[in-house]
Design a protein around this ligand. Structure first.
Ligand code: ZN
Length: 211
């Protein structure tokens, strides 16, 4: 088989771990191209099914990633009870209704109750759920629930702002329509001041979302 540069970072181990059957996916993509009236064997499309199969294996790798492996010992017992906020976490996901991307930023906060998580792990948790076929509301809730499970904090809050290509490229063609979803647990739900502190923080100095 000829060597092709797929311009991705997937080695054989990575691909095996995604659990995606690349050969089967390739065949389906090729057939899909044919149903669109294309000729999958023409020069420009020759490697497209392979490329697309690899791409989806990467974009949908969140199904097969084990959250405990992501966290990998980075939960620490620390006596700290102030709000921890990680804002502007960039993410890319695929809407399950159109298989088109939605992308934007997630803002995550929690009030520790004896346990904190390494800061770099929070974007990885966001990615874990973004790399699936999603609806934004569910993704938001899953991120919050995962942190709840891991840390049992006094509260968790997640706000996700996203642009949906299925709204921008087709249908109503609303280029600036961004969607905001949130999930608030514990102190963020019960205590208005806590919730407001978080919302003020993520609102401060934020640039409008654009592509
Ligand atoms: Zn959609």
């Amino acid at each position: 088989m000829d060597r092709i540069d797929f311009d991705d970072e997937m080695d054989d181990v990575y691909i095996a771990n995604t659990g995606v059957d690349l050969t089967a996916t390739e065949a389906v993509v090729s057939e899909f191209l044919r149903t669109l009236g294309e000729k999958p064997e023409r020069e420009g499309l020759k490697n497209t099914p392979r490329r697309v199969a690899r791409m989806y294996a990467e974009l949908l790798s969140g199904y097969h990633t084990d959250p405990t492996k992501i966290v990998n010992g980075a939960v620490f017992n620390i006596n700290y009870d102030e709000m921890v906020i990680v804002r502007d976490i960039e993410f890319y996901s695929l809407c399950e209704h159109h298989l088109l991307p939605f992308l934007g930023r997630a803002h995550v906060a929690y009030m520790p109750a004896g346990k904190v998580i390494g800061l770099s792990k929070i974007p990885r948790i966001v990615d874990l759920f973004a790399r699936r076929l999603q609806v934004q509301e569910r993704m938001t809730r899953q991120i919050a629930n995962e942190l709840q499970e891991l840390l049992h904090p006094k509260g968790v809050a997640v706000v996700v702002e996203a642009l949906h290509l299925c709204m921008m490229m087709r249908g109503v063609r609303k280029h600036d329509a961004r969607m905001t979803t949130s999930a608030m647990h514990g102190a963020f739900r019960a205590n208005l001041a806590t919730r407001q502190e978080f919302l003020d923080n993520i609102g401060r100095g934020a640039e409008p979302l654009r592509i």
